[in-house]
Design a binder for this molecule. Structure first.
Ligand code: XMP
Length: 513
């Protein structure tokens, strides 16, 4: 059995982030319910236990409490936030409502640098707090090792028993050196080696998918985006021909999109790919429609219709697989809640009608985007797919303003391909969040050769972003912009003007629509 850390989940929105930090230390961890019996935990032979934070107060009547015997397993324990208050509750300390809530950035002053958690770290650290209750009396055998302005017990330890408590959150990015604190715990205190790799993750996920699916069939809506592609490759590795992927050509795909998906998944992976060319149907329904919301609705509805018919042809599988990632899962885990109720429907396959009764498989739902990308590379997917930029479900329809016509789509596809090609050649494509072309149905006068033209306008949109919620426009080099502009006006008929979008989000959005 792999060396592992057990994380007991008391409902913190950061529990998965703790697991992620431990993966970053190349150590395996499992997240278990807060009240998992100590005997069951002992059976896993964990090298350490982490008690997550949580929204409750330890003295509330319905506070989630662990099996008290976990403190007698002889295993190192790290309590984070609510987790440290549990120590106090169980081992004879005291927790009270703090006079002021400690929320946000704080400065931690390490008083005892010999504490194993702070090895090789400076004496002053920026940390992130999020708690109302406060530890006011330490349990027997504990001593404070670090303080903040608001708390004399920001970090505590019982060195003999290897019990540690942190009032702040070491797992979040706002505690910049927090990962080293976690590394000190898992490697230094618990003695874990670095045995956990993406390959182990694949093996384990494969085993789990096989167990869940048995001999049943699985269907997956493959968009060619990162998430559905990685989910497809992973599930295919687990169950091969039991998986059918449905790729819908909705008529508003980018240049070569359908070919790439067919090449990679059909020819290279030999995956059972059901290619549904519904482009004519989509374009027919979009005819004459200019309102962006209506365009989206038509595409969404038509997608469901086409997908539904396709699943019938695929033999009505029992399972629907989705590439839901951790950030797509609603953040806070209600204690005792039904996890299925918390799954957000996927953006692109989103809103499948209730009557389509599927059991869900979501093998990526504990992972973050960058981990999914690494997983994709581990599974042998090409960089072109694994590192691709986000692309909206309604495709080029949102980048082709006004009515979507085959003629406009053809112009936009060509221009967009040039933008992407030149960005790649300049080594900038994979460094920006999104870079694409938008077709503006605005005609203006130009001159080409001796001829006067009256053609459309193309906007170049390049943005930098962390998560798509906010974005800044990218200062692309003039030489590159010149090259893109020249190529577009020379090679794409129907365009005589190229402009650059200098708007951030807010006030703009990333897509134009
Ligand atoms: P906006 O335009 O709202 O976009 O700033 C934010 C991010 O979301 C992407 N986007 C979508 N993604 N289906 C998707 O999967 C959609 O319908 C959709 N609409 C926008 C957009 O590309 C950007 O990354």
């Amino acid at each position: 059995m792999n060396e592992q850390i057990v994380i007991l989940d008391f409902g913190s929105q950061y529990t998965q982030v703790i697991a992620r930090r431990i993966r970053e230390c190349s150590v395996y961890s499992v997240i278990l319910r807060y009240d998992t019996p100590a005997a069951e935990i002992a059976g896993l032979k964990p090298k350490g236990i982490i008690l997550s934070g949580g929204p409750s107060s330890v003295y509330a009547a319905d506070a989630p409490l662990p099996d008290k015997d976990i403190f007698a397993l002889g295993v190192p324990v790290l309590g984070i936030c609510y987790g440290v208050q549990l120590f106090a509750q169980f081992l004879g300390g005291r927790v009270e409502k703090g006079r002021k809530r400690e929320y946000g950035k704080g400065v931690l002053a390490v008083r005892d640098a010999t504490c194993a958690l702070f090895g090789r770290l400076p004496k002053k650290l920026q940390v992130w707090n999020s708690h109302g209750d406060k530890l006011t009396k330490l349990p027997e055998g504990f001593k404070p090792v670090a303080v903040t302005d608001n708390s004399e017990y920001a970090a505590i330890e019982n060195r003999a028993r290897k019990f540690f408590g942190l009032q702040f959150h070491p797992e979040v990015v706002h505690t910049p050196r927090g990962k080293e604190i976690i590394s000190n715990f898992v490697h230094g205190v618990c003695g874990c080696g670095k045995s956990w790799t993406m390959r182990n993750y694949v093996d384990q996920a494969v085993e789990e998918i096989r167990r869940q699916v048995g001999r049943e069939k699985v269907i997956l809506g493959l968009s060619g985006g990162v998430d559905s592609s990685v989910a497809a490759a992973l599930i295919h590795k687990a169950i091969g021909g039991q998986l059918t992927c449905i790729f819908v050509n909705n008529g508003v795909l980018r240049a070569r999109e359908a070919e790439v998906v067919r090449e990679v998944f059909g020819k290279h992976f030999h995956l059972r790919l059901q290619y549904e060319d519904a482009s004519k149907l989509f374009l027919k329904r979009l005819r004459g429609v200019t309102d962006p919301e209506r365009k989206r609705k038509i595409i969404g509805r038509t997608f469901i219709e086409v997908f539904q018919a396709a699943t019938k042809r695929a033999g009505r599988p029992k399972f629907l697989a989705q590439g839901t990632l951790y950030p797509d899962v609603i953040k806070s885990v209600p204690i005792g809640g039904n996890p299925a109720a918390m799954i957000k429907s996927h953006h692109n396959v989103g809103g499948l009608p209730k009557k389509m009764k599927f059991a869900l498989i979501e093998p990526l739902k504990c992972l973050f985007k960058d981990e999914v990308r690494r997983l994709g590379l581990e599974l042998g997917l090409p960089k072109e797919i694994v590192l691709r930029q986000p692309f909206p479900g309604p495709g080029l329809a949102v980048r082709c303003l006004g009515e979507v016509t085959p003629e406009k789509l053809q112009v936009l596809r060509r221009a967009d391909a040039i933008v992407v090609e030149e960005m790649k050649a300049a080594g900038l494509y994979y460094k920006t969040w999104q870079t694409f072309a938008v077709l503006l149905p605005v005609r203006s006068v130009g001159v080409q050769g001796d001829e006067r033209t009256y053609d459309w306008t193309l906007a170049i949109r390049a943005v930098e972003s962390q998560d798509g919620m906010t974005a800044d426009w990218v200062r692309l080099p003039y030489d590159l912009l010149e090259k893109i502009s020249l190529r577009i006006t020379n090679e794409v008929r129907g365009l005589n003007r190229v402009v650059l979008d200098l708007t951030s989000k807010p006030p703009g959005t990333i897509e134009w629509e």
